[in-house]
Ligand binder design. Structure first.
Ligand code: HEC
Length: 158
């Protein structure tokens, strides 16, 4: 009897798992899109916090600046391939994502943009605690990294 209950539970577990896999929506890619947009939000929060110091909206604090820059670098260096599956573009899934198809059809260039951004984040992580002027320079590089990719690979807001 005990045995049968166990098997029943295991089967229920399997059903739950496969339902989760299905709701992952092999066509919808909701989870993947949510995850990559969340990474972008992490970028946004940390670069915004650095920008606030440069603009004088927040006091410059070397340790905090270092933290924000390190967060950016860590997020930029995440292995993110699984968050960008083929077919999860704005043409296939209008209204769900702003990732242009070009991210896949011109992958080498998209990857270069990402590499350039990682390099800017590395420079920022070296500069952030070195004073306001150093932070200012680094912020310019970081912002250029976001913009450089968005201009070509992100669909403009409608
Ligand atoms: C290599 C390319 C690339 C780089 C670098 C990049 N982005 Fe993005 N970003 C995108 C793409 C593509 C999207 C659209 C993603 C989607 O909707 O699936 C996006 C979306 C966003 C969004 C909207 C997220 C949401 O919730 O829908 C924000 C905010 C954002 N990026 C901020 C930034 C900031 C800030 C930086 C730099 C610190 C940055 N991004 C760097 C390509 C990039």
């Amino acid at each position: 009897m005990k045995h049968i209950v166990k098997i029943g539970l295991a089967a229920a577990g399997l059903v739950a798992l496969s339902t989760a896999a299905l709701s992952d929506g092999h066509s919808g890619f909701e989870k993947q899109i949510k995850a990559r947009q969340a990474v972008m939000q992490i970028y946004s929060f940390n670069i915004g916090s650095l920008a606030a110091m440069v603009k004088g909206e927040a006091e410059y604090d070397a340790a905090k600046a270092q933290g924000f820059a390190d967060n950016l670098l860590a997020a930029a260096k995440m292995k993110n391939g699984a968050m960008w599956p083929q077919g999860s573009d704005a043409e296939a899934l209008p209204g769900k994502t702003r990732a242009l198809k070009l991210n896949w059809t011109n992958y080498p260039e998209a990857a270069k943009k990402q590499e350039a951004f990682v390099a800017a984040a590395e420079a920022a992580s070296k500069a952030a605690s070195g004073g306001m002027d150093a932070l200012k320079g680094a912020l310019g590089g970081l912002g250029g990294g976001c913009k450089g990719c968005h201009e070509k690979f992100r669909k403009p807001k409608e």
